[in-house]
Design a binder for this molecule. Structure first.
Ligand code: KG4
Ligand code: ZN
Length: 332
């Protein structure tokens, strides 16, 4: 079985082909970062147009790299949501049309489930259901109990900004580029004082919810003060990153105690943060699993892999409808 996966929910066009054993045959990824960087964030209309430009050449290149023709594909998986509506429509239109014309199944994939499942690709990780998952991306922050394919219980989530969004907004305030996460990480490393006095929002709250909007404002106010005192910007970046990491860590500890689960997957774009990875590796008696670096941020491989799991389990509803779900709960 050969499954082609298409990702186009935000600012990355990703295409990959995977076989029935989960072996990656070929992948192509095009990032629109340069396009959006000049605006300090993703411009949805530009994102859709760029996906249109890139998706067909990427599919052709991926097929060529896998030494396959269209007729050798057995299913097409594509991100159906959540994400930017116009961007999603590009992948969904292409995916559905290809599947229809080839007479093979199309599999709509939930983007966050794909982030959550991608560590399974590394079979050496020994990952098995059930496990706890901290999903940290540009659009979502969630603590999830993953029980099986399509069976996930959201234990807590952000009440306002997602973690990646907070990184991006703080980076913008600090005059760093887009995307903010890697820029903050790089700057934080240069901090000599290792400043660490920012609040940890909601860590004493009994729920497993998060809130990062107040921390973002606090960071801005501290930055303004630091500027007047000619203090280092790197110290602000460090204090912010530490506060985010500690908050996520504390909530995961709470979730581990609450669920009794001893495996924690940390996935989504922010899981690429090295400071966060170091902190989470300190969790005692817990098997902490991260996707490999290249699978943390958006890619076509995670969509192909998730599509394959649904194809193998025959757990998807075939449809010819081109439909996307910009807001789609992981529990639905
Ligand atoms: O999963 P992802 O690629 O896209 C969404 O599904 O949203 O995540 C993108 C987010 C961005 O907000 C970006 O700033 C953040 O992940 N990110 C990071 C790092 N690399 C990417 N945040 C912190 N540290 C990083 N190294
Ligand atoms: Zn993502």
């Amino acid at each position: 079985m050969k499954v082609l996966g298409i990702e186009s929910s935000c600012d990355e066009t990703g295409v990959a082909i995977i076989d029935e054993k989960g072996k990656l045959l070929a992948e192509r990824l095009y990032s629109q970062i340069e396009l959006h960087a000049q605006y300090g964030g993703v411009v949805p209309e530009l994102a859709s147009r760029d996906h249109i430009r890139k998706i067909t050449p990427l599919i052709k290149e991926t097929l060529k790299a896998a030494d396959l023709t269209l007729n050798q594909l057995d299913a097409i998986a594509y991100t159906a949501g959540p994400g930017l509506v116009g961007a999603l429509f590009v992948g969904a239109s292409v995916g559905q049309s290809m599947a229809w014309s080839l007479g093979i199944p199309s599999i709509p994939v939930h983007h966050m489930e794909a982030h959550l499942l991608v560590p399974f690709i590394d079979q050496a990780s020994g990952l098995q259901f059930p496990f706890l998952c901290l999903l940290v991306s540009g659009g979502h922050t969630m603590l999830v109990q993953a029980n099986g394919l399509g069976d996930h219980q959201v234990l807590g989530q952000s009440r306002d900004d997602a973690v990646g969004e907070a990184f991006d907004k703080v980076a913008k305030q600090l005059g760093l580029g887009y995307p903010g996460g890697p820029a903050i990480e790089k700057l934080a490393k240069q901090s000599i004082s290792k400043r660490d006095d920012f609040p940890r929002p909601m860590i004493d709250h009994p729920s497993l919810d998060f809130s990062f909007s107040g921390l973002k404002t606090h960071t801005l106010l501290e930055y303004k003060k630091a500027k007047q005192l000619s203090e280092e910007k790197a110290d602000i970046a460090h204090a912010f990153q530490q506060a985010v990491t500690d908050t996520l860590y504390a909530k995961c500890q709470q979730a581990i105690e609450q669920t009794g689960l001893d495996t924690l997957v940390v996935a989504g774009g922010v899981s690429a943060n090295r400071g966060l990875r170091e902190k989470f590796n300190q969790l005692d008696d817990v098997n902490v699993i991260f996707p490999s670096m290249k699978f943390c941020t958006d890619n076509g491989v995670m969509i192909a892999y998730t599509g394959l799991q649904y194809a193998l389990a025959e757990k998807f509803v075939g449809t010819n409808e081109i439909k996307v779900y910009p807001r789609w709960s992981l529990q639905q």
